[in-house]
Design a protein around this ligand. Structure first.
Ligand code: FE
Length: 431
């Protein structure tokens, strides 16, 4: 494989600076720290060899071309912004069916919970997913991975969750693996305990299903799940059930995640933090006690502005999380019911305009911080030895990507040193 030299980079985010320190800093200090973590370099060069970053830094420090592994190919970034590929740490990318009618109904007044109670909502996705062939589900997920890639995403978490019963969830896990094997994006699979099916919502049936799910986790781990996620809320799993599932997952070596404090406050964020969960998701209703528990853990707050926007929930309080010293990541929560988006750029815009985050914080939240929250710690930064996953943008200042609401500013995307998107269009992936 040739050595690629990308020169004339107007602005390079290596995201290799020190992590922002924990609580106690002023607002202004927090912003400065986030910007230092991005380690912005102007007039920069990026050198890629063997799929990895060989050099990322000021052009004045760049090694001479004749010293590099040959052959050497040189390209110009024409003064544009270059960043690590984005990471989306929370998606539900594998499903079948169409819920656009429900989207329209909800906007006209029907609530998410009312639609769910009437057999719409997630039940319709579960039915369509169950009826879809393996091939159709893999094909749909591959198309969504292509869309993600064209939006600058090079690593992603994908949850099961539209099977509900163990055998169906294991099927989706297997299909996520089948799609992953055919696509350049780094995919981290999660086994999601989403909601209980109507046949197992009460009494002994419910108890039996929770026990069965707990018993399935070892198999999920063997079948390649990196993590478990439990949806703890009214209408989903209780706090006691969530504790049981997370504890069992921890015993079999899965990373822990938890949909917590979205519609109601349950105490799940506190539980997840106590169990050293990798991340907790949503947090629209998080209170002071929950923040205090998270502040004493390494658990990342995965905030999902797309769901808050679609469902008209209160915006997650990023300022309060920052003040408590909690690391923040942003995710799309891509799913057909409550957040049908694959644009991390839009999530960054919403985080800045609605949640009180700075552009530097938003960038950190979709790169290194997001990758850390899904256990892909070598992604989300451009340092020697890291996978050469990067994006060349139609922008020359990182703030422009946050500012331009709803625009896809991606010009080209490289994964493992191979150009996968050129001039905004998916290529065949040839080197
Ligand atoms: Fe979700």
């Amino acid at each position: 494989m040739a050595t690629w030299v990308l020169r004339d980079i107007g602005e390079l985010l290596t995201v290799s600076g020190p992590s922002p320190v924990r609580a106690g800093t002023t607002e202004q200090e927090a912003q400065q720290q986030a910007e230092r973590a991005l380690a912005v370099v102007h007039d920069a060069t990026l050198i890629v060899s063997d799929g990895k970053v060989l050099f990322a830094g000021p052009s004045s420090d760049s090694p001479a071309l004749h010293l590099l592994p040959q052959p050497v190919l040189v390209q110009s970034a024409r003064g544009q912004l270059v960043t690590p590929g984005l990471c989306d740490p929370h998606t539900h990318l594998i499903w079948a069916g169409d819920r656009s009618r429900e989207f329209d109904l909800r906007n006209l007044g029907a609530s998410y919970q009312t639609i769910a109670e009437q057999g719409g909502g997630i039940a319709s996705t579960v039915k369509a997913t169950d009826q879809a062939s393996d091939e159709a589900l893999v094909d749909a997920m591959l198309k969504r991975l292509d869309t993600a890639l064209c939006h600058g995403i090079t690593s992603i978490e994908v949850k099961t969750g539209y099977g509900l019963v163990p055998a169906s969830e294991l099927r989706l896990l297997r299909l996520i693996h089948a799609a992953r094997a055919q696509h350049p994006i780094a995919v981290s699979p999660t086994f999601l305990c989403h909601v209980l099916p109507p046949s197992a919502r009460e009494g002994s049936e419910r108890e039996r299903l929770v026990a069965e799910l707990a018993d399935t986790l070892e198999l999920a781990k063997q079948d390649g799940a990196d993590a478990i996620d439990v949806y703890c809320d009214v209408g989903a799993f209780t706090l006691t059930e969530t504790r049981r599932l997370l504890t069992r997952a921890q015993q079999v070596g899965l990373l822990l995640r938890c949909h917590a404090e979205q519609f109601t406050y349950t105490g799940a964020a506190q539980l997840a933090a106590e169990l050293s969960a990798r991340s907790v998701e949503h947090l629209e209703q998080l209170d002071e006690a929950g923040r205090a528990a998270m502040a004493h853990s390494q658990t990342v707050a995965n905030l999902l502005p797309g769901a808050a926007l679609t469902l008209r929930l209160p915006w997650p309080d990023a300022a309060a999380l920052r003040h408590a010293g909690i690391a923040i990541a942003l995710g799309t929560d891509c799913n057909p019911g409550s957040s049908y988006t694959q644009s991390q750029q839009l999530m960054m815009s919403l985080a800045c305009t609605q949640m009180g985050m700075s552009c530097a914080e938003a960038w950190l939240a979709v790169t290194r911080q997001a990758a850390r929250s899904i256990g892909l710690g070598d992604r989300g930064q451009l340092v020697p030895g890291a996978p050469a996953d990067f994006v060349v943008w139609s922008a020359d200042d990182f703030r422009q990507v946050c500012q331009q609401l709803g625009h896809n500013l991606v010009r080209s995307v490289w994964v493992g040193g191979i150009e996968q998107v050129r001039d905004g269009v998916r290529t065949a992936g040839s080197a």
